[in-house]
Design a binder for this molecule. Structure first.
Ligand code: GLC
Length: 433
């Protein structure tokens, strides 16, 4: 496939994206507050999810900057007084019981989840500010965003700055096969993966239930304590964004240097603890055993995004893994699990997410990573293949990396990030043609 996109595909992807952003919009008032957010999918995910909303704001910044700012404002209402920003905000009271029943989430403060999502928020604030150029809006958004990043540092950081997560789904990569061993479901037959994963999650939630708080660190062999490379990369990338924003809005504010330093520290700790120089990739760490989890997933590629990760390492990740046609560079990249892993599930046969399908949000980050490493042609190729896949299969939750067929939820919001990929690659003119 060449790095060119037909005007029909560009226009098709853009029109699917705009339609999903329109259909998924939710506005109203709840708890005395007006809300205006985009739900991930009307049927499957009717609430506000934090990293989804951040992606929605990035996509909206290309079509409707005022609505993009409202999306972030609505999300920032979820920042608790101590700075915690939950993964889920259950605005619609009439749907709240469904959240606790269908998603079995433990509620915090009566209306949010008790768990985290990857902190994409800072990148979203930066992008929305770029689009609106409104310093007053930025000044209003920064306190909530910095409070959340401070909360993460205070409550979830190891001494070297790396954050820990307490449940697999705090990384957003719920059923990724990298967690199978820790959940006791390794080598499970395909048909059994989904039920056994759900049972393992129920066991974990029951174990955590007594006195659980978002900031408490569960201990013991039956708890889940994990250094997730993707989560930490998103965090370090967000810290760098916060530092840039503070420098712009409050020149001389020492906090800008603090966030830049934390970002560098996390990148260095990823290299020190997660890099495998033999394999040429980064691995997550199971903190109960202290061991690297050597399952080749998309997380292993993420640190290419971070400037403080040496270029020699990033180029190895790109050449030996990301652009390797036997691993991640498939017809419709980037699969969430490498094609040479025994757990690779391209056709969604497990019905469990992040076990092989390609995801637009992950492509969006990796596209930026490729560009930051000077790999412009590959970045463009990735954008083109993403445009083609979404033009042909619509806004789906994820995609078959071999056929491009859509999988999971329909009218899925964050796949509209394709709008931002097209703008970055200047394909919007083609979409208009
Ligand atoms: C699934 C994903 C999670 C996402 C949510 C809404 O639960 O695992 O990362 O935020 O769906 O799209």
């Amino acid at each position: 496939m060449s790095a060119a996109i037909s005007p029909a595909d560009a226009a098709g992807a853009a029109s699917h994206a705009r339609a999903a952003l329109a259909v998924n919009r939710r506005t109203g008032t709840d708890r005395g507050l007006a809300y205006d957010f985009t739900c991930p999918s009307p049927d499957s995910y009717p609430f506000q999810w934090a990293w989804d909303s951040s992606y929605h704001a990035i996509a909206l910044s290309r079509t409707d900057p005022a609505r993009a700012a409202a999306e972030i404002d609505t999300l920032l209402h979820g920042v608790a007084s101590d700075g915690f920003l939950p993964h889920m905000l259950l605005w619609q009271e009439n749907l709240r019981s469904r959240a606790t029943e269908d998603f079995r989430i433990a509620l915090w403060n009566g209306w949010t989840s008790i768990t985290l999502a990857p902190p994409v928020l800072a990148r979203a604030v930066e992008r929305v500010h770029e689009a609106s150029g409104d310093p007053a809006w930025l000044a209003s958004a920064l306190p909530g965003a910095t409070a959340f990043f401070d909360w993460l540092h205070l409550h979830r950081a190891e001494p070297d700055g790396l954050l820990t997560i307490h449940q697999p789904d705090e990384s957003g990569l719920d059923s990724s096969s990298k967690y199978d061993q820790a959940l006791g479901i390794a080598e499970t037959p395909t048909a059994e993966i989904s039920p056994r994963w759900h049972q393992a999650m129920r066991n974990l939630l029951e174990r955590y239930a007594p006195g659980r708080r978002p900031d408490s660190a569960p201990a013991g062999a039956d708890a889940f304590r994990w250094v997730d490379v993707l989560f930490n990369t998103v965090y370090a990338d967000g810290l760098a964004a916060l530092s840039r924003l503070l420098t712009a809005v409050r020149p001389g504010d020492p906090a800008a240097a603090v966030y830049a330093e934390r970002s560098r520290q996390v990148a260095e700790a990823l290299v020190a603890r997660c890099w495998d120089d033999e394999e040429g990739v980064f691995w997550d760490i199971d903190l109960r055993t202290g061991e690297q989890q050597k399952v080749r997933t998309v997380s292993s590629l993420f640190p290419i995004l971070l400037d403080a990760v040496p270029d020699r390492l990033a180029q190895r990740v790109i050449d030996e893994h990301l652009l390797n046609p036997g691993r991640f560079w498939l017809t419709h990249p980037v699969p969430s699990v490498a094609a040479d892993e025994p757990t690779f599930d391209p056709h969604f046969e497990t019905g469990a997410i992040f076990r092989g399908s390609s995801w637009v949000n992950l492509n969006w980050y990796l596209h930026g990573g490729l560009r930051s490493r000077g790999r412009y042609e590959s970045a463009r190729e990735l954008a083109c293949r993403t445009v083609r896949m979404t033009a042909r299969s619509g806004m789906r939750e994820c995609y078959d990396p071999l056929t491009g067929a859509g999988q999971g939820a329909t009218s899925f919001g964050w796949s509209s990030l394709v709008l931002d990929l097209m703008a970055a690659e200047d394909m919007t003119a083609q979409a208009r043609a």
